[in-house]
Design a protein around this ligand. Structure first.
Ligand code: ZN
Length: 377
């Protein structure tokens, strides 16, 4: 039986990452379909002993064939993947909380917790995001809609101060909210991705290191974060980064974006290769912001790659989104896996190209492109 379910989400340990990751895992899961995601709220922690970090709170509306029991288990699995360890302490800090709040028009009890969750009548951090995505949902057993409940809680000025953000703090599917320092540094007592960190600890032991020595203690966490960033292309799509920034234009001159820096990792050794990408296209009514071309390069660079495939993927993506007369992509790269092992001369770089449309068929167009990218000031 297909049910619509509202899920509340909360995190106050590495909350930017965990909130993003939980939303992403929810969206990728084939066992349900995500219909709506609320804005994310920041709220002070309540109860508990001593000062605790603020929470991020949000709500998600899904549609699923799972039984409430199976859904409950599925959410616990996601929590476990994000390092949540459930304890008796209701107020303890947590990487992520995923709670079923409402299931269609049903009233039931799930592992001792009533559904609908009675807390929605008391806590703005629950009621507000729920009301944002399902304002007209009537809470079973009452005559109140979620909007009505949220409005009631809004009356208290004290409670209203809980909210600092009415808009989403960041997009669900990007890591753009991370400054580079945050990616590679580790906060004291930070919890990130225990499974991943355990594997990296194993690598350290295997290569003869002591993962407990001072300098290495936070290394598994830093490496996990770095890998998530360096491979974020797997969870980013071209459509997302382009985000409708395609403009209609009658321009029929060749557009060139030169010297786009990129950093990738070879799929054979998981060692970096890096260099520059040059992209040219001959528009046919559609153009794209120049900075977006660099973002498209990152979608493909931030994966395990081989240079030839990355070059082709960038060209094909440009063809897909712009339907131009033609596209040319040239990539110049240095491969550390070769340089570090001394297989090749240190200064050599590998050049690959992909030509589409008139760039492939017309030698003069191709020559013009090659001249323009070679022409260094
Ligand atoms: Zn390699």
């Amino acid at each position: 039986m297909r049910d619509r379910v509202l899920i509340a989400l909360g995190s106050n340990v590495n909350r930017e990452y965990n909130t993003t990751r939980a939303l992403k895992l929810l969206q990728q899961d084939p066992r349900w379909r995500v219909l709506a995601v609320s804005p994310i709220y920041r709220t002070p922690a309540i109860g508990g002993r001593g000062p605790q970090p603020d929470y991020f709170n949000a709500a998600v509306l899904i549609e699923t064939d799972l039984s409430p029991e199976a859904l409950h288990r599925a959410l616990r699995e996601i929590e476990a993947r994000l390092g949540r360890i459930r304890t008796e302490d209701k107020y303890a800090s947590r990487t992520i909380d995923l709670d079923i709040v409402l299931i269609k028009d049903r009233q039931l009890e799930l592992h001792g917790a009533p559904i609908p969750d009675p807390d929605i009548f008391h806590y703005p951090h629950l009621a507000f995001p729920l009301a944002d995505i399902a304002p007209d949902w009537r809470v079973p057993g009452t005559s109140h809609t979620l909007k009505h409940i949220a409005d009631t809680l809004r009356v208290s000025a004290e409670e209203i101060q809980l909210m600092t953000e009415r808009k989403p703090l960041f997009r669900v599917d990007t890591f753009s909210h991370y400054g580079s320092d945050q990616i590679f540094e580790a906060e004291e007592n930070e919890v990130y991705d225990p499974e991943f960190e355990a594997m990296i600890r194993q690598i350290l032991i295997r290569i003869g290191e002591d993962p407990n020595r001072e300098g290495l203690r936070r290394t598994p966490l830093r490496v996990a974060k770095a890998y998530d960033f360096l491979t974020s292309g797997y969870t980013t799509t071209v459509e997302e980064v382009v985000n409708n920034a395609i403009f209609t234009d009658s321009c029929d001159e060749m557009v060139i974006v030169k010297d786009i820096e990129f950093y990738s990792m070879c799929e054979h050794h998981m060692i970096p290769f890096f260099g520059r990408v040059h992209v040219g296209y001959l528009p046919q009514g559609k153009v794209i912001g120049l900075s977006k071309v660099a973002r498209i390069v990152d979608v493909f660079a931030r994966r395990l790659q081989i240079q030839e495939r990355m070059t082709n993927q960038i060209a094909d993506a440009m063809v897909d989104i712009l339907e131009p007369m033609g596209v040319g992509v040239v990539v110049e790269a240095s491969h550390l896996c070769m340089m570090m092992r001394g297989v090749q001369k240190q200064n050599s770089s590998t050049i690959t190209s992909a030509m589409r449309g008139v760039f492939r068929k017309d030698a003069r167009t191709r020559a013009e492109f090659m001249n323009l990218i070679r022409d260094r000031a």
